[in-house]
Design a binder for this molecule. Structure first.
Ligand code: ATP
Ligand code: MG
Length: 478
């Protein structure tokens, strides 16, 4: 069923005090889309009835359904929107379920007892069901018309926006057409204002509106473009691809805490390797990890690139096998080469190894946090993984058993494997540690005994009167 874009519809959904603004908004919107022919926005809403799409209730979280029905019962409109609709249409299990409604946050709070309002930039409601949280947002108002509530900085980035609106306005605020499909609980239809369904079927990611403006407004959309393209196997529309190189630098204006959150989504969702390649292709990786990019460009064919690639590959494989992956391990891999380069320079200038690595780690971490903030527990774990690496060389005496009981042993050992597989550590050492972990106590004791010289040969080691090797005479690092 195709329904014409309807002025009265737009206005009926707006409360009386906003009617005049809504009329103005509507005409401004029409004029601005007429001005920009590249805008893929249709003036018609296409409603896909229940029989025209493949979303079934059995795929939707029970709690999300409860929220939708409750809002409807209270007289509000309620829709699923965003990634969950996009993923349901693909037959995938959504990561989370987002609800939008015409109820404002205070009204939502009154409907649900288990609800908390969050957010300063835009007030949202979180409805809690044990560990599951359903996010409920009020429709957002139109961007270009309500300058009193919206702030753009001089680069065109959106700083604050907190205006409520109608579904017809809300749709313009979303990033990609495939993320702007609304599943209506009233009649189980999918409501599409921006030809999102056509793009979805064509596996295309297309920004709503003028791509360069939308990227400048929020440069994180470039990261989202990469993330969705990789995760969904969708192609970026050429119009969206075009401004990426030009706009890439603006990503550096985003607060580092937000970039940290985004980088977790980028690299911990099972497609890290492809994501890394694509981010590099668009010049975005260098904004997130500048010192890593520097090392990569110096030794494109050498092992620094391989270590990182291998780390990303392993991480993807682990996720595919249902195993856990940790952020600190990946960050340690991203920055290891920079730490090494710096530490070697310091040692060449006469600093002892331990100090050189400590200083290098401090410098590399304090540079990195300017791009992506790193929580303290993450940097602490990264430092541990790095500082345990030289300790794997000590294979005699009590040091191996002490290292084995270190809380960070497992991660440090995995890191050693990574280094040995990519030419950065002696594979014999890695093999020794594999055997050592498997061995029983007796065997472990044998493995850690220092090699004896052939009998009769003169030893230059000091011996005590019983002929035992003096403590500390030969133990230690190899
Ligand atoms: P995911 O599968 O990662 O959850 P998602 O599309 O649902 O993907 P969310 O971050 O959960 O991503 O956002 C929900 C929806 O909110 C998006 O689908 C999109 O419509 C809108 N949205 C989120 N971030 C932005 C943004 N930076 N600019 C415009 N719209 C956005
Ligand atoms: Mg989502």
């Amino acid at each position: 069923m195709i329904v014409g874009y309807n002025v009265s519809n737009d206005i009926i959904n707006t409360n009386k005090t906003n009617k005049v603004t809504a009329i103005l908004n509507f005409f401004k919107k029409l004029i601005s889309s007429a001005k920009n022919e590249a805008e893929p926005v249709s003036t018609q809403v296409r409603v896909y009835s229940r029989s025209e799409h493949n979303i079934s209730h059995s795929q939707i979280s029970e709690n999300a359904l409860k929220v939708l029905y409750k809002l409807q019962k209270e007289g509000f409109s309620a829709y699923l929107v965003g990634g969950c609709v996009r993923d349901l249409l693909l037959g995938r299990e959504p990561k989370d379920f987002d609800v939008v409604t015409n109820a404002d946050p205070e009204q939502i709070k009154r409907v649900f007892r288990n609800c908390r309002l969050i957010g300063r930039r835009f007030r949202l409601a979180h409805v809690h069901f044990g560990r599951e949280v359903i996010e409920v947002a009020t429709f957002r108002g139109a961007s270009e018309n309500q300058q009193d509530k919206q702030f753009l900085n001089k680069e065109g980035r959106l700083l604050r926006d907190n205006v409520y609106g109608t579904i017809e306005e809300d749709v313009w605020r979303r990033d990609f057409t495939v993320n702007a499909l609304y599943y209506n609980i009233k009649d189980f239809s999918v409501v599409d204002y921006v030809s999102g369904m056509v793009d979805h079927q064509a596996a295309t990611l297309r920004l709503i509106g003028d791509p360069e403006t939308r990227f400048r407004e929020d440069p994180v959309r470039m990261l989202r473009a990469v993330r969705f393209a990789v995760k969904l196997g969708f192609r970026l529309h050429p119009d969206c691809e075009k401004p990426m190189h030009k706009v890439a630098d603006s990503l550096s204006s985003i607060p580092s805490a937000r970039l940290y959150d985004e980088s977790l989504k980028l690299f911990l969702s099972g497609y890290a390797l492809q994501t890394f390649e694509m981010l590099r292709h668009y010049g975005l990786f260098q904004i997130l990890f500048p010192s890593t990019e520097n090392c990569l460009s110096v030794e494109e064919e050498g092992f620094p690139r391989l270590l990182l690639v291998k780390a990303l590959e392993n991480s993807d494989n682990r996720i595919a096998e249902g195993k856990t992956v940790t952020a600190y391990f990946l960050f340690a891999a991203f920055l290891w080469e920079s730490v090494q380069v710096r530490a070697k320079e310091k040692m060449a200038r006469g600093l002892v190894e331990f100090m050189a690595y400590q200083e290098a780690a401090n410098e590399v971490i304090s540079m990195q946090v300017k791009s992506t903030a790193l929580p303290r527990h993450i940097t602490l774990a990264m430092r541990e993984v790095w500082s345990l690496q030289p300790k794997f060389n000590a294979r005699f005496g009590s040091k191996p058993s002490r290292l084995l009981t270190h809380p960070r042993f497992r991660a440090a050992y995995d890191f050693l494997l990574l280094r040995s597989e990519t030419g950065g550590a002696d594979p014999e050492v890695a093999k020794w540690w594999a055997r050592y972990q498997e061995a029983d106590e007796n065997e472990q004791r044998k493995m850690t005994q220092p090699p004896r010289k052939a009998s009769g040969g003169k030893s230059n080691r000091k011996r005590n009167y019983r002929g035992r090797v003096k403590k500390n005479a030969t133990e230690g690092d190899v």
